[in-house]
Write a protein that binds this ligand. Structure first.
Ligand SMILES: N[C@@H](CCOP(=O)(O)O)C(=O)O
Length: 353
């Protein structure tokens, strides 16, 4: 049978009942791609869960389909979120699909262009604040407590329920859980969701449990430092968060699984971002590449053993953030005059090089 989306496929593992609408944009069922060159170079068996293949280009669709379906079931007609970009894109898309009103609060000037374009196109009401994500989240949390508006950030438990399905897909594709699951950590909802998913699948199908290795950006590494960061800064805007909402659950996931929450620098993230695209043909947004950068770092330090089977979660599509790609690439187009002879001569040179 063709793919019917998350709610239909995983209903036995999700909080759905006969009143839950069959909302879907056919999210989920994303590719698990083996990275052949990096596996060989690094002496590991490395795969990426390419969440950029979701309908709005990020893993947020998994959680959002669930949160919006439950909002409708509970009679809500308006959803709200704070966002560094991907959550707002997903919220706006599913609200449009379900004919709900959607309000998004974003930090001014800190949203990648592709993500802003999505919120605009899907018809969200966009409030841009002179503050950061953590401040925006505080505002929408208090608003949703005092009015009949459904908060769809990952503090909404249905978001975690939807997002846990990625762990099921990994186990189904590999036949069991990998040795290590590596992923970026921003607001920490996704590491919470994956750990819940691996535990539930293991209980039901004995698929085993991975070590959970989460990676924050150095300039936003609140969990690693064990201290709130008032002004988080990183090129990886999706994880530019200084007070993660699911902090406690992220620490639990790392501790229970004998994994670790670690940090990577912007330089390490950008290095991974470029070699992933150039060596493997996989283009993911900068924050996603914290997972690859983290694996590379821990292989060099010896914390990750050779031979390990590892899945790195690539949370969002590279096209979300075209500015970082163009501004950090050494490759620039060669400009030639519209003269056939000149162009052919140049291409002959390129061919021989
Ligand atoms: N990176 C996120 C920020 C956190 O959103 P959450 O609702 O998943 O906790 C974004 O895309 O906005």
């Amino acid at each position: 049978m063709s793919w019917q989306g998350l709610i239909s496929t995983y209903k036995d593992f999700l909080p759905v009942n006969e009143n839950t609408p069959a909302l879907t944009l056919l999210e989920g069922n994303t590719p698990l791609i083996r990275l052949n060159r990096l596996s060989e170079e690094w002496g590991i068996d490395l795969h990426v869960k390419y969440e950029g293949a979701n309908p709005t280009g990020s893993f947020k669709d998994r959680g959002m389909v669930m949160a919006v379906a439950k909002a409708i079931e509970e009679g809500s007609d308006t959803i709200i979120c704070a966002s560094t970009g991907n959550t707002s894109a997903a919220a706006a898309a599913y609200a449009a699909r379900a004919n709900l009103r959607c309000i998004v609060v974003i930090p001014e000037g800190k949203i990648a262009m592709g993500k802003l374009a999505q919120a605009v196109m899907y018809g969200a009401e966009i409030i841009s604040i002179e503050g950061n994500f953590d401040q925006a989240l505080k505002i929408v949390r208090s608003l949703s407590e005092s009015s009949p508006i459904t908060l769809v950030n990952s503090v909404n438990p249905y978001r975690i329920e939807g997002q846990k399905t990625a762990a099921f897909e990994i186990c189904d594709a590999l036949g069991s859980a990998p040795d290590i699951l590596a992923l970026p950590v921003g607001n920490a909802g996704n590491i919470t969701a994956y750990w819940k998913g691996f535990k539930e699948y293991n209980e039901s199908k004995q698929t085993g449990l991975p070590e959970m290795r989460g990676f924050e950006a150095e300039g936003a590494a609140a969990i690693v430092r064990d201290s709130i960061i008032e002004n988080p800064e990183t090129i990886a805007t999706a994880i530019r968060i200084g007070n993660p909402a699911s902090w406690k659950f992220a620490v639990e996931a790392a501790n229970e699984s004998k994994g670790k929450i670690d940090e990577v620098t912007d330089e390490e993230i950008l290095e991974a971002y470029h070699f992933l695209a150039k060596k493997e043909g996989v283009f993911a947004e900068p924050a996603s590449c914290a997972s690859i950068a983290g694996i590379y770092k821990q292989l060099k330090s010896g914390e990750i053993k050779k031979g390990s089977k590892i899945v790195a979660v690539l949370t969002g599509n590279g096209l979300k953030d075209p500015n970082v790609a163009v501004n950090t690439s050494t490759i620039q187009p060669t400009l030639l005059p519209m003269d056939e002879e000149v162009i052919l001569e140049h291409l002959q040179g390129v061919k021989q090089a």
